[in-house]
Design a binder for this molecule. Structure first.
Ligand code: G4P
Length: 517
């Protein structure tokens, strides 16, 4: 197979959802269809720590790094699928957002009883900003949930994205009969001997006498008249999300979803450099960028894995690449590719693939590596506005030097955000998830021998202001006036109420969600 054919069969995506919507369950189903795992329950058992299988990646066993499920690769229907994990729960961090910078599409899973939840909304904003396609799977139809039409309205109202159903549920919960699949012109039957009933053969079938079937047909007709038409271009631009219904737990509708998703999901995209040029996935020179660095939480080891999204060319073991930030050459010899159950050392990886580079401190998040004529770095990854904050200080006041050095480097690396209060000079750390503080504390101790004390400040709302509007008198007990690491002024508001109060009091001061001059 030529490299072009290899690239064209890549489909790289992430699943965005709120904890408990069914991400793990669906991931397992997908891996099963791809033959990457034999039994459902494998990924799940890993998640809960009950996994006893002996052949997980050596690196994970030896060093305690949980990387296996970070990237899962399998072949299905002529495509090579890469699923990137977006950790939730206590593992939520800026890396979760950055992972979305490395995919070409997103799958959004929604619990039909709960609708759109907080974490889904946050992740969706990032995906929307990138303008990549989003495919929606509404899960748990085997249970009673909300009205499907309500759920579609929520997509529009809460997320601001138009939707087009690809199939429609016939009943739900105890009355769930299956899916009215107008895309494939068939009914997918939930229980019964035959799984698929083509529309052409449906006349006279007992299902047609079921009131939920009649309702589904009516809804489908209504949608055909009044809903959005399917528009592939709008889907690819992220303006329209195709919606699928199903039940991951009973593996119902998941394969239908996968087939359709792989039909419409895009191939690897080109990537912009800081000069505004696009690097094409078929460019023969190798290039890639680091979107996440997974530090090892095991105190006996300092090593880390840098996750690299391949943008162009072909990775070959042992190749030399230029690390554009430092201008130095590095050899990519200790590199891992990820599979669901076993470690496969990458022999070659092309655009769309993810490789894991063993790292002893060489790489930073956002780094570009490239060969040949590619000399310009990719656009930097965005930073994500933190929501939780901690005051930080050195435990031992005599050890300021290592404390300052550690903070400076880890902040520059993108591990955490740092702010300094104008009035007290206090240092404050900002993160999107608790995990970032833990990793930060751990790395300060191990890598910089600096013990730190962190005091929780809780949630805050960050807003930047224009430097010329800066006035220390605007600071009050409900906000903290601070500067970020670039010296840009900002307020940390106690809550939205405090922010509104400020807006009323200082209507002329512009509050910005991102700093700009
Ligand atoms: P997550 O990764 O998004 O956090 O969700 P996960 O797949 O772990 O699923 C969360 C819970 O929802 C699990 O139940 C799972 O079995 C259940 N679930 C997932 N898909 C469906 C579905 O289609 N229908 C129904 N009825 N339930 C579903 P749990 O009780 O937390 O775990 P377990 O005891 O079943 O292992």
């Amino acid at each position: 197979m030529t490299r072009e054919e290899e690239v064209k069969k890549r489909r790289t995506f992430a699943i965005i959802s709120h904890p408990d919507a069914g991400k793990t369950t669906i991931t397992e189903q997908l891996l099963k269809f791809g033959g990457a795992i034999r039994e459902a329950g494998t990924v799940k058992a890993r998640k809960t720590g009950n996994f006893a299988k002996s052949d997980w990646m050596d690196i994970e066993k030896e060093r305690g790094i949980s990387v296996t499920s970070s990237v899962m690769q399998f072949d299905y229907a002529g495509k090579r699928v890469n699923i990137l994990d977006t950790p939730g729960h206590e593992d939520f961090s800026e890396d979760t957002y950055r992972t979305l910078m490395a995919v070409d599409a997103a799958v959004m899973i929604i619990d039909s009883a709960k609708g759109i939840e907080a974490q889904t909304k946050k992740l969706f904003q990032v995906v929307k900003h990138r303008g990549i396609p989003v495919f929606t799977f509404i899960n748990k139809l085997d249970r009673d949930g909300r009205e499907p039409l309500d759920l579609l309205s929520e997509l529009e109202e809460i997320l601001g994205i138009a939707s087009v159903p690809m199939n429609w549920p016939i009943g739900m919960g105890a009355n769930f009969q299956g899916l009215y699949d107008f895309t494939n012109q068939r009914v997918e039957v939930y229980q019964g001997e035959e799984r698929f009933l083509p529309f052409a053969e449906i006349e006279g079938h007992e299902l047609t006498r079921n009131p939920f079937f009649t309702q589904a047909v009516e809804d489908a007709e209504l949608l055909a008249d009044a809903g959005n038409p399917f528009d592939e271009e709008a889907v690819l631009k992220g303006q329209l999300t195709p919606v699928f219904f199903g039940s991951a737990l009973t593996s119902f509708g998941v394969q239908t979803f996968l087939d359709s998703f792989l039909t419409y999901a895009p191939e690897p995209h080109s990537h912009k450099t800081v000069d505004g040029d696009d690097v094409d996935p078929l460019n023969p020179d190798f290039s890639g960028f680091v979107f996440k660095i997974q530090a090892n939480m095991d105190p006996r080891h300092r090593d880390r894995i840098a996750f690299v999204r391949v943008v162009s060319g072909e990775f070959e073991r042992g190749m030399d690449v230029n690390l554009l930030r430092t201008g130095k050459k590095v050899k990519l010899s200790n590199v891992t590719q990820f599979m669901a159950e076993s470690r496969e050392n990458v022999e070659n990886a092309v655009a769309g693939d993810i490789i894991g580079v063993y790292d002893t401190g060489t790489y930073q998040v956002g780094d570009t590596m490239a060969t040949g004529k590619l000399k310009t770095a990719f656009e930097p990854l965005p930073t994500f506005t933190p929501e939780i904050f901690m005051r930080v200080q050195a435990k031992n006041v005599m050890k300021q030097k290592s404390f300052q050095k550690g903070i400076e480097q880890l902040v520059q690396e993108g591990a955490i955000q740092l702010y300094k209060s104008y009035s007290t000079g206090d240092l404050m750390l900002g993160a999107v998830g608790q995990l970032q503080f833990e990793v930060f504390k751990d790395r300060m101790e191990r890598e910089y021998s600096s013990e730190i004390v962190m005091t929780p400040m809780g949630n805050k709302t960050v807003r930047w202001i224009k430097p010329e509007q800066l006035d220390e008198k605007m600071s009050s007990s409900r906000n903290i006036l601070a500067r970020d690491r670039f010296d840009h002024p900002l307020f940390l508001f106690e809550n939205d109420f405090a922010m509104r109060w400020f807006v009323d009091k200082y209507p002329d001061v512009e509050l910005m969600e991102e700093f700009s001059v």
